[in-house]
Ligand binder design. Structure first.
Ligand code: C2G
Length: 131
């Protein structure tokens, strides 16, 4: 019965997000997802999300392989989130490869390969171009 935790913005949900979350769930029995606040997204990506936090939380919590969601307010609070959620495994996309290795002291850290050729930024660009 292992508890898996992962983090992300999940703005303009796409197949790369779905594949990552499904693979994360398959590593355990309970999947907890930290969804980045609008302010955190602004700081990480230099722009606010298209979908506000409340919508992103509702979308992610509606997925059948997601068991719980919470708001991720800071990238620096991962250890606290792992401990308070009693997580056994932290899953991150490999765009974060190596960045969270220090958290191995709290739980197992696993990086999964990203799905190629899709990102929220690209989807936004395509929509802009085809207007
Ligand atoms: N992802 C993926 N393949 C893609 C795009 C995204 O596997 N083509 C994964 C990312 O690696 C991440 C998850 O989907 O694990 C969510 O992606 P983002 O919303 O872009 O997450 P990010 O803004 O990088 O937030 O604390 C860490 C951050 O909150 C991660």
């Amino acid at each position: 019965m292992s508890r898996v935790i992962t983090f992300g913005t999940y703005d303009v949900l796409h197949i790369g997000h779905i594949k990552l979350l499904k693979r994360a769930k398959s590593l355990g029995s309970h999947l907890i997802v930290g969804v980045s606040s609008d302010e955190l997204n602004q700081n990480k990506k230099g722009r606010g999300p298209i979908y506000p936090l409340k919508s992103r939380l509702e979308i992610i919590s509606s997925l059948r392989f997601v068991d719980e969601v919470f708001v991720e307010d800071s990238l620096e609070l991962k250890a606290e989130y792992i401990i308070s959620n009693n997580a056994d495994i932290l899953v991150m996309g490999d765009d974060w490869q190596g960045r969270f290795d220090h958290l191995n002291e709290y739980c197992k850290v696993v990086y999964l390969p990203r799905t190629p050729s899709i990102s929220t930024t690209e989807v936004i660009e395509i929509i802009k171009e085809t207007k």
